[in-house]
Write a protein that binds this ligand. Structure first.
Ligand code: 5AD
Ligand code: FES
Length: 355
């Protein structure tokens, strides 16, 4: 690339770091460039900002995929209700508690309870699970990732002791949202849920799939504007990967490169945000999560689900970490993080500006 172009990009990256903002056209230019010198400059800025706030620490969250039943039919998702080839499972109350106990012994202080929108787990059942985990491990944070609910349910879970909630917005563009979801799901309800969660007092994570079908650069700019406005404590972003039993089976996957650019840009936009290097990123590239950390990510989520159900929580094809025991998964993750020069820490790793 011509020297002049590189100077232009370095100037906008510096300005993004300083002012945490750019024009739409500048965001687009950054999202479109594939120049290696520019990208290295962008990632270095993201690392500098992240180290200024979090040092070299990478936070661990223990992921418990406790049910793959789901009432929804998101067009991209392997565990959508309409997929008759998906072998369904639910963990019992005791199994969920066991996962947390094993995780606690391994050093985890945050548990992420993730599942499809499974009506079997009524508000009462969820409250019982949350209260029991908090009774056994009062020093731990509980994160829920169980989809859209009504405000009253969110409030009850919060009262019971849940601290955080992950609900990706998937895309900030209503028309695009409607291309990814069937007509019985609503963009407005998804956005309302996120607002409710924030108002109730949760640390909230939203996020989008990178390279989902029909996604354009303009959609991504809209996502960035949404993040600036909503100011989540966490942003979960991973590449879209097709699942063979969905109508998007022949669509192209998102790219590692675009995911890394977005991680770095989001780090510069929201300096203290918690940013996971996702399993989907590790699925597309064996070094994907390490690259994510080097582009500004500071969270990893090893899987604590029992091994006999691991291979059934398949949102997309070729998912990694489906065979390892919890202890093995954390050992592998710790080693990977260390190759980047960062280090895994066991603390709750609360969002720095929270509480
Ligand atoms: N590829 C990548 N990510 C996916 N998710 C669901 N299906 C896929 C897929 N095929 C993501 C969604 C959801 C999160 C739990 O997993 O963003 O919010
Ligand atoms: Fe379960 Fe989308 S298929 S929430």
């Amino acid at each position: 690339m011509a020297e002049k172009r590189i100077t232009y990009f370095k100037e906008i990256i510096d300005r993004l770091e300083k002012e945490k903002n750019l024009s739409d056209d500048e965001f687009k230019a950054l999202l479109e460039t594939e120049d290696e010198e520019v990208l290295e400059y962008l990632y270095a800025a993201a690392r500098r900002v992240r180290e200024g706030i979090y040092g070299k620490d990478v936070y661990l969250r223990g992921l418990i995929e406790f049910t793959n039943f789901c009432k929804n039919n998101c067009k991209y998702c392997g565990i959508r209700n309409g997929n008759k080839n998906c072998e369904r499972y639910r963990l019992t109350f005791e199994q969920i508690i066991d996962c947390c106990n094993i995780g606690y012994e391994l050093g985890f202080r945050t548990f992420v309870l993730q599942g499809g929108e499974d009506m079997y787990y009524t508000d009462e059942k969820m409250e019982m699970i949350i209260r029991e985990i908090k009774r056994l491990h009062p020093d731990c944070a509980i994160t829920l990732s169980i989809g859209e609910k009504e405000r009253e349910s969110f409030r009850r879970f919060f009262e019971a002791g849940a601290d955080r909630y992950l609900l990706r917005h998937e895309t900030a563009d209503k028309a695009h949202y409607e291309m990814l979801h069937p007509s019985d799901m609503s963009f407005e309800h998804r956005m309302q849920s996120l607002k409710d969660l924030k108002e109730i007092g949760y640390q909230v994570g939203c996020g989008m799939m990178v390279g989902s079908p029909y996604q354009t650069i303009d959609h991504m700019v809209k996502d960035l504007r949404f993040l600036q406005d909503f100011r989540p404590q966490m942003v979960g972003m991973g590449p879209f990967i097709p699942h063979h039993d969905t109508e998007f089976k022949d669509e192209k996957a998102g790219t590692v490169l675009m995911t890394l650019k977005l991680l770095a840009i989001v780090r510069l936009l929201l300096p203290d945000v918690l940013l996971p290097a996702t399993t989907a990123l590790g699925t597309l590239d064996p070094k994907g999560r390490e690259k994510g950390i080097l582009a500004g990510a500071n969270v990893v989520m090893p899987n604590l689900s029992p091994t006999d159900v691991r291979g059934k929580y398949l949102l997309y094809d070729n998912k990694i970490c489906t065979g390892d025991e919890a202890a093995e998964c954390i050992r592998c993750m710790t080693g990977r993080v260390e190759t980047t020069g960062y280090k895994v820490v066991s603390s709750r790793g609360d969002h720095v500006n929270f509480v």
